[in-house]
Design a protein around this ligand. Structure first.
Ligand code: OGA
Ligand code: NI
Length: 354
């Protein structure tokens, strides 16, 4: 039996879900059965629970800016998640990235495995956070890539070279995502009333990680978890849907609400770094993904963080204005160490509270 990983940064190897799916099983293997979770995939979301939609052209236009920032502020406070349209990223960049990701997951398993995770690293093609042989598994294959914007720190060994344009598309796309993260965080900071320019600039040379998710079709989608409920730990996440089938759900007022894909939009959700920066005014939402009976779903999540010289803590301006800091301030390395070596039973954000 393999030795259990020492920290969550190391995942045990498990079978490819795509390979399971093409076997044409009628039931899912026991390791994937989550009858303990309430997975609702057929009930339509309540109409009153509509995921907010933010229009970037209204944020930049001086005539509509104030009102749209107000809507953004409410979205961040009440949902911690919204969709953004007219974001300025070219259709070409989005569609190239989607095509390359589709092309990668269409490759035979042996070929994909050229970029497989290695023991001791979360990066590469495989599955995340598998730390015991008994653990229930998610209906998800993925590629995880760290530090994609840093020429020095990224590890190209895990960047697929097949399809041949994969790396080039990822390079362009990630540059677009960093530019978008700078502008979104600027408006978010404006909504909070903190130093907007100064804060958003920390995302320009920030730390960017990426998780590319593949949710193969599943014979019993209501019995599996595509991606377990979690909150993201970074600043903001920019999620691109590769198709039009809903799979992402956000927890809002006790309901799991589907985020319906909108062609050309990106889903933005806040992570713990933003929750901490806002001193708890904004919340990083719980979210999860569900599988589908007949169709494979692909999504591309870009995890955006300030650069590593910036401490993770409540914005000074919010503290100066009188509210006591709710969270400790940590260096980013400390923050990540804390995350990867935490006990799964303890809520990560709670462990950072003062
Ligand atoms: C993630 C995530 C959701 C999705 O990768 O952190 O929440 O719909 N993905 O794939
Ligand atoms: Ni997530």
């Amino acid at each position: 039996m393999a030795v259990a990983p020492k920290s969550l940064e190391w995942s045990l190897p498990v079978p490819s879900v795509q390979e399971l799916a093409i076997r044409g099983l009628h039931t899912v293997p026991p390791r994937y059965v989550r009858d303990d979770m309430d997975i609702i995939i057929t009930v339509p979301s309540e109409p009153s629970l509509r995921v907010p939609l933010i229009d970037m052209t209204k944020l930049v236009n001086p005539d509509s800016q104030e009102q749209e920032i107000q809507r953004l502020h409410s979205a961040c406070k009440e949902w911690g998640l919204f969709q953004i349209i007219n974001h300025g990223v070219s259709d070409e960049s989005l569609s190239n990235m989607k095509e390359q990701v589709q092309g990668f997951f269409d490759l035979p398993l042996q070929e994909k495995k050229r970029w497989a995770q290695k023991p001791g690293s979360l990066e590469g093609y495989g599955q995340a956070f598998v730390t015991s042989e008994e653990q229930k598994l998610e209906w998800n294959d993925m590629i995880f890539l760290k530090n994609i914007r840093s020429l020095q720190d990224r590890n190209l060994n895990f960047w697929p070279e097949n399809p041949p344009e994969f790396r080039k598309s990822l390079e362009t796309y990630s540059e677009d995502m960093s530019r978008l993260a700078v502008s979104i965080t600027r408006f978010i900071a404006m909504g909070l009333g903190v130093e907007a320019q100064q804060y958003s600039e920390t995302y320009r040379e920030g730390v960017y990680n990426m998780r590319i998710n593949c949710y193969p079709p599943c014979p019993e989608p209501e019995r599996v978890s595509g991606l377990n409920p979690h909150t993201d730990i970074n600043g903001i996440t920019l999620l691109l849907e590769c198709g039009d089938m809903a799979g992402l759900q956000v927890l809002k007022d006790g309901h799991w609400v589907f985020v319906e894909p909108i062609n050309g939009a990106l889903v933005v959700n806040l992570g713990h770094v933003m929750e901490i920066m806002s001193n708890g005014i904004y919340k990083a939402p719980d979210h999860r993904a569900v599988a589908n009976k007949s169709k494979q779903r692909l999504s591309i999540a870009t995890f955006c963080n300030p650069n590593s010289s910036v401490d993770i803590g409540p914005a000074e301006k919010l503290i100066k204005s009188g509210s006591p800091p709710l969270f400790r301030t940590l260096k980013i390395e400390e923050y990540l160490q804390h995350f990867y070596n935490r006990k799964l039973e303890v809520s990560f954000i709670d462990s950072l509270k003062i």
